[in-house]
Design a protein around this ligand. Structure first.
Ligand SMILES: Cc1cc2nc3c(=O)[nH]c(=O)nc-3n(C[C@H](O)[C@H](O)[C@H](O)COP(=O)(O)OP(=O)(O)OC[C@H]3O[C@@H](n4cnc5c(N)ncnc54)[C@H](O)[C@@H]3O)c2cc1C
Length: 407
């Protein structure tokens, strides 16, 4: 049987899971295209921001990963701009690639509401590694400048605003509050006038999630000193001032915005069905119906559970959809029946600062504190560790081929 050429765009949670399956099959050549040579572990971003870990702990090398699977798998560093579905051709900024099957996994980005003046300009995001790193560095610099200018005594408050009470907003608020506590305690600094505000549009944080997680997260945030401002709508942002509900002003030194998501920019120019968040509409096999051999997985697609309920964009649904899409591509290559997608959200784990995590799994495991932290750490590290082992094979492979190179 002639090998099929499968192009995966995006090496995030969905793309990497699909890669693992397609790369070990005997029937396809796989090309992974990503604008960055690493898989950014967004679910651990809060640790990076709070200085709990280094950059290497939140990245997986895509070059080494692809290399580890041998000659039928390759990585291309490029930003895909357009896709010609009729001629089955992917157009990148620097290269073009033909495919028999295409899997789109380019994820999502923060939804900066265009109606909110100054939001994009004056707030930071954490959705990408460069933005998380820039945030971390600038935050510390700003804090340092403040200490320096006030002789170590922050008489004026130092306000950090976090917009959005979803998973990432809550995790970042808790981790920063914890970090600031440690920063103050470890250094016995006089500058303790630092405040964290979490601005949320709803009654409570984590709107729509398990009530156990909502209660635990709220308690923990309040204990860490985070001020939750609920029922609040950001109307505009100026350089150091946030306007809430058209009238109320809050001065800030630093602002992070995490509220909402839209699909990656790639979907904008594509002639396909999309929802309000620009996510691609897929069928039960994760295919883009109008075009032959085209699939989508992860945040870029509107994913549903078996009952047809739209799933929130999470790493666990991205990973499961990547696996379904890859298996369906293999089934299609071999003329076999494809499987109907059955993504299951098995639970949620919310990191709430330091060694404290709230976990709700399988509907009956509900744990908070260090035990929750251990569960989350094992699951996250397990994911990273297995990929790291695979990458090591790729690095050894690279070293071997360099030894045989006459130049
Ligand atoms: C701070 C934070 C905390 C989170 N915590 C959790 C959590 O605890 N649990 C959970 O389940 N989920 C969590 N999430 C959500 C989760 O990270 C996302 O749902 C998940 O990353 C989606 O995976 P994906 O594969 O669809 O996209 P991504 O992981 O975003 O990967 C997309 C890939 O596509 C690449 N790409 C994008 N555009 C192009 C292009 N045009 N050309 C080439 N390459 C491109 C990107 O470089 C990237 O590598 C969190 C998110 C954030 C921001």
């Amino acid at each position: 049987m002639e090998r099929k050429r499968v192009v995966i765009i995006g090496g995030g949670y969905a793309g990497v899971q699909a890669l693992k399956i397609l790369a070990t099959s005997e029937i396809c050549d796989v090309v992974l295209i990503d604008q960055h040579p690493y898989h950014y572990l967004q679910t651990e971003a809060y640790e990076l921001i709070a200085n709990e870990c280094s950059m290497t702990r939140v990245t997986i090398d895509l070059v080494a990963l692809c290399m580890s699977y041998g000659e039928h798998v390759s990585y291309i560093k490029d930003t895909v701009r357009d896709i010609d579905f009729d001629s089955k051709h992917v157009l990148g900024q620097n290269s073009g690639h033909s495919y028999d099957y295409l899997l789109m996994c380019t994820g999502s980005r923060t939804a900066y509401n265009a109606g909110i003046k100054g939001l994009r300009e004056y707030s930071h995001g954490v959705k990408t590694l460069p933005s998380a790193l820039a945030f971390k560095q600038q935050f510390e610099q700003r804090l340092y400048q403040r200490m320096e200018s006030e002789g170590g005594w922050c008489s004026e408050p130092f306000n950090v605003l976090i917009g959005g009470g979803g998973l990432s907003g809550v995790e970042i608020a808790a981790e920063m509050a914890h970090y600031i506590r440690l920063f103050h305690k470890d250094n016995t600094l006089t500058c303790d006038n630092i405040h964290i505000f979490l601005i949320i549009p709803h009654e409570s944080v984590l709107d729509g999630m398990d009530p156990y997680l909502i209660t635990q997260a709220t308690k923990r945030l309040l204990k860490l000193g985070v001020k939750i401002i609920n029922h609040s709508r950001i109307t505009s942002v100026q350089e150091h001032t946030l306007i809430l509900n058209e009238a109320e002003k809050i001065c800030f030194d630093f602002m992070i915005f995490t509220g909402g998501m839209v699909a990656s920019t790639l979907t904008a120019g594509l002639d396909t069905l999309k929802n309000k968040k620009s996510q691609l509409i897929v069928d039960e096999y994760l295919r883009i119906c109008r075009y032959d051999g085209v699939f989508a997985a992860g945040d870029i697609a509107e994913l549903r559970d078996k009952k047809g309920k739209i799933l929130p964009p999470t790493a666990q649904s991205a990973k499961q959809s990547g696996i379904y899409a890859a298996n369906n591509i293999l089934a299609s290559c071999q003329g076999e029946a494809m499987s109907v997608t059955d993504i299951q959200i098995r639970g949620m784990m919310i990191a709430l600062g330091g060694n404290y995590t709230s976990v709700s799994l399988f509907g009956w495991i509900k744990i908070s504190g260090i035990a929750g932290y251990v569960i989350k750490t094992i699951i996250m590290r397990g994911y990273r560790y297995l990929l790291h082992i695979q990458c090591t094979k790729g690095v050894n492979q690279m070293a071997k081929s360099r030894r045989h190179c006459p130049f």
